[in-house]
Design a protein around this ligand. Structure first.
Ligand code: PGA
Length: 264
């Protein structure tokens, strides 16, 4: 049984006081939501104060970083190393589409970062996603008529997994985030996301084993909110969500977590 994971990616948002208020609200709510794991990914500068704030938080609430560089230290102006964050966070988002497009991050660089995360005991949340809609999708919970997932998405995952041992691959969290759905208010349908995620599981099955592919947690991300989260959680293929915009409003994010946990 894969435990559902709800990740809040705050991106480049919040002041220190916003961050503390938001994290404290989620902390209070997390207590009775222990069927889901919740991860907050604030900007780097708020990791230290929030780690202190969440010291006595319920076990199902932890912190993640939004990115990191792969080397331990060195001449890398403006970058953050795994050593700097490893005592503050459990997870690190790697290969988010905004990193790929705005900062030119390649599959090879993302692969280096994944190896570095494991070296330092961090769990990577690896994002993959296609730029353009692959097909017209059918709304609702049905399957799309046709899915062409030969594109980018599988390739991004294959490249991410290069040189990653079976033992480590099992711990990776994948977030399938179609770029066209991020921040647009136009989420994919649950059926569409599940079909792509099924193909991503086949990448794990082919490279490692079927049983491993069934144990890996794969999330959906892209315009998730409290109204549509059930559509994704309802799909057996989907193990949770990565929320951006909706993770910035305490009430809304808690509603996402409650819906995901099956609590109204
Ligand atoms: P969104 O962002 O929920 O605002 O679409 C998701 C993400 O980019 O991780």
């Amino acid at each position: 049984m894969r435990r559902p994971l709800i990740v809040g990616n705050w991106k480049m948002n919040t002041t220190l006081s916003d961050a503390v208020v938001l994290a404290n609200s989620v902390k209070r709510a997390a207590e009775d939501l222990d069927s889901v794991e919740i991860v907050l990914c604030p900007p780097f500068v708020w990791l230290v104060p929030l780690a202190e704030n969440l010291e006595n938080a319920p076990k199902n609430l932890t912190l993640g970083a939004q990115n990191m560089w792969f080397a331990d230290s060195g001449a890398m102006t403006g970058e953050i190393s795994p050593i700097m964050i490893k005592d503050l966070v459990k997870y690190v988002i790697l290969g988010h589409s905004e990193r790929r497009s705005h900062f030119g991050e390649s599959n090879a660089l993302i692969n280096d970062k994944i190896h570095a995360a494991f070296t330092h005991g961090l769990t990577p949340i690896v994002c993959v996603g296609e730029l353009k809609k692959l097909q017209e999708e059918k709304r609702g919970r049905g399957r799309p008529n046709r899915t062409d997932t030969k594109s980018d998405v599988n390739h991004q995952l294959e490249e991410a997994l290069k040189g990653v041992s079976k033992e480590k691959a099992e711990k990776i969290i994948v977030a399938y985030e179609p770029v066209w759905a991020i921040g647009t208010g136009h989420a994919a349908t649950g059926g569409y996301a599940a079909t792509v995620i099924e193909k991503l599981r086949q990448v794990f099955a082919k490279k490692y084993s079927k049983s491993l592919s069934e144990r890996v947690r794969i999330l959906y991300g892209g315009s998730v909110d409290s109204k549509n989260v059930q559509e994704f959680m309802y799909q057996p293929e989907i193990d949770g969500v990565l929320a951006g915009g909706s993770s910035l409003k305490a009430k809304e994010f808690i509603a996402v977590c409650r819906e995901a946990a099956g609590r109204q």
